[in-house]
Design a protein around this ligand. Structure first.
Ligand SMILES: [Zn+2]
Length: 443
């Protein structure tokens, strides 16, 4: 297989260790070796790139992806568009992510059932640019819960599959599995955007959650939960949910439960949305800080800070990203979360980068079933997903939000972008699938 030597890099390997001057070799889709500068040279390589001392780090993972959310300002924006229109939005979302150095997207939910599945398949075939994708399902909710848009006088379909009772849950999860979803999304708790069921309420039952977990795991899929309430999050941990999203409210027992489960769960705080509302970034879409106050957002943000600072100290695996794709939070800007993790939860820059890289890679390919725990760090044998950054993200994490600072973007050993080597901007990703000869116009 073709080998690439990237020499003279400042390597941040994603383990949390300090960066070091070094060289790295990619063989096919995997990292063959990493060494201190000049410590190892073994023969010729098909391609040699001089990193010029720049910062080489693992590709980032969006840990709670909604690929199909584009310019969303209200639930209506998820319901009204056709699936045909939304699949293009999802494809644009995937491209925006990999252009921004996100080589993986761990799916939360999508506006329709098969959107992320369709985009994942095209990306995997090399026909569309995008990250590795664990395709999220639609939300699965319950009657009267978040996402149930029907009323007695006005039955209509929301962005969710509505189930009641374990047997309906079994059927819904099996449907998502049949249609190709990798990640099943449950709406376990309420939400500040649904006044009937605020964030401290718990709408799904333990039996329903347990059935979803057992069914999805039997199909080799993962289960993620929207859970803000104490009772909801406790049930999720006890039922074996893999990914816990939001988790603002907590008590001592819940923190202990999550710490006990830390070797098998990932947690996405999704703090950006609250930050954006409180700071007025969503105001031009009508979601002003005053409306946020009425919705209880500042209080939820305080709870988020308290809970996730505690979880950081307990070593729970946090991932960045989540709830981007709104009118005020374009896809591809998810690296802002690194700064939010530092400011709100007390992470060091290095540990926030570990959340963005190693923890996200673990979420994508946690060691179980056919997954090898082989993503998220720059170590021998790991999948070759990495970015080369012009600047020092440890000194200023905000540079990761500037795509012009990303000199190389590699996924699976192939360059999505390379402006180091020959001055040819890698706008067109390297295609692996059968591509008609007349597509060179895109390259
Ligand atoms: Zn979400």
């Amino acid at each position: 297989m073709a080998t690439t030597l990237i020499r003279n890099a400042r390597i941040f390997d994603g383990t949390g260790a300090a960066p070091f001057a070094g060289d790295l070799v990619v063989d096919g889709s995997r990292i063959a070796w990493v060494s201190r500068a000049g410590a190892r040279t073994d023969g010729a390589h098909d391609r040699v790139l001089d990193a010029g001392g720049r910062f080489l780090m693992p590709g980032m993972t969006e840990g709670h992806a909604h690929l199909s959310f584009e310019n969303v300002a209200a639930t209506e924006d998820l319901i009204t568009p056709s699936p045909e229109a939304q699949v293009f939005a999802a494809a644009r979302g995937a491209k925006a992510l990999i252009d921004a150095g996100f080589t993986s997207a761990y799916g939360a939910s999508e506006a329709k059932l098969r959107l992320a599945v369709a985009v994942r398949n095209e990306v995997d075939a090399g026909r569309l640019p995008g990250p590795r994708i664990r395709a999220g399902s639609m939300e699965i909710s319950v009657t009267g819960g978040m996402g149930d848009e029907s009323r007695e006088h006005n039955p209509r379909r929301g962005p969710s599959i509505i189930v009641d009772g374990p047997e309906e849950m079994r059927k819904a999860v099996r449907l998502c599995c049949r249609e190709g979803c990798d990640n099943i999304k449950l709406d376990v708790s309420g939400d500040p955007f649904y006044p009937n069921t605020p964030s401290h309420t718990t709408t799904m039952s333990f039996e329903e959650i347990r059935m979803a977990v057992d069914t999805a795991h039997a199909y080799g899929r993962r289960v993620n939960a929207h859970t803000r309430s104490i009772a909801g999050t406790k049930m999720c941990v006890k039922a074996g949910v893999d990914g816990l999203f939001h988790c603002e409210h907590s008590d001592a027992e819940l923190l202990d439960l999550m710490e006990d489960a830390k070797d098998r769960i990932v947690v996405a705080p999704t703090v950006a949305l609250f930050h954006q509302i409180v700071k007025g970034e969503a105001a031009s879409s009508g979601l002003t800080p005053e409306i946020g106050l009425y919705m209880g957002i500042p209080r939820l943000l305080e709870e988020s800070v308290r809970t996730h600072t505690a979880l950081r100290k307990r070593g729970v695996r946090h991932v960045i990203g989540g709830d981007y794709g709104f009118r005020w939070s374009a896809q591809g800007t998810q690296a802002r979360d690194i700064e939010f993790f530092i400011d709100y939860y007390g992470y060091t820059p290095a540990d926030a980068l570990v959340c963005a890289t190693r923890n996200g890679g673990w979420a994508m390919r946690a060691p179980r079933g056919d997954c090898g725990g082989d993503l998220g760090t720059l170590q021998p044998g790991m999948l070759a997903d990495m970015i080369l950054v012009d600047g020092d993200p440890l000194a200023d994490p905000r540079i990761l939000t500037d795509t012009r600072k990303l000199v190389l973007i590699m996924k699976d050993g192939q360059f999505h972008k390379n402006i180091l080597d020959d001055g040819v901007h890698g706008e067109g990703h390297e295609r692996r699938g059968a591509v008609p000869a007349d597509t060179h116009a895109f390259a």
